[in-house]
Design a protein around this ligand. Sequence first.
Ligand SMILES: [Zn+2]
Length: 208
Amino acid sequence: MLITDLEKELNKLTHIARDLGYKINKPVLFVDPIFGSKLAYYQHNTNKIVIHDHFVETAEYSEVMNTLIHEMAHAVAEQNNTNVDKKGKTIRVWHGDAWKDINAKLGGNSERFHVGTYHKPEHVKKTMAELFAIQPKYPADRWERGTYKQWLSRGYHVIKGQKGHLHVWEFSADEYETDTDGKTSNWGKASAFYFNNDQVEANQPKEK
Ligand SMILES: [Zn+2]
């Protein structure tokens, strides 16, 4: 499936959700490699839907659509969520009734996990030469920052002499699709050196 088609479908879903009476701030779509077994996730605090690039490129249209609807239903459910606990803290919907309801209305199947013929391949480590040969698909300012290798996978490399900044990264529990609602994924904490988008430049096109 082409990313431009996926963007169009996201626009349609946004209109459908509005026609259904929901308030929705259209999520930003990212098609990027996702490490681990997940195919997609919705990040509530940044309003991002991220879908694994290989899945988008190779899976059946209907399977990708179903995943998009699944994640869009998370966006609509969380953005329209008015449930609070006794202290006034928002109680997330996760895959609760509101999500199920919206997912069904948007035309999704009721499966919480992916069903279909697509199988995510084992992550194969690329050599540095292969990484440096990746060409950018998007301008660098699509991302605020990234690790040295993340930038390479996006088609950029860190400019010589640039220093990264250490960041201790903690996923809050809502950032990933996890096996148990409300539980933080096991990749919950990480620390890494990050480089901003003004510290990188595009990889060189392959010489012919
Ligand atoms: Zn989900």
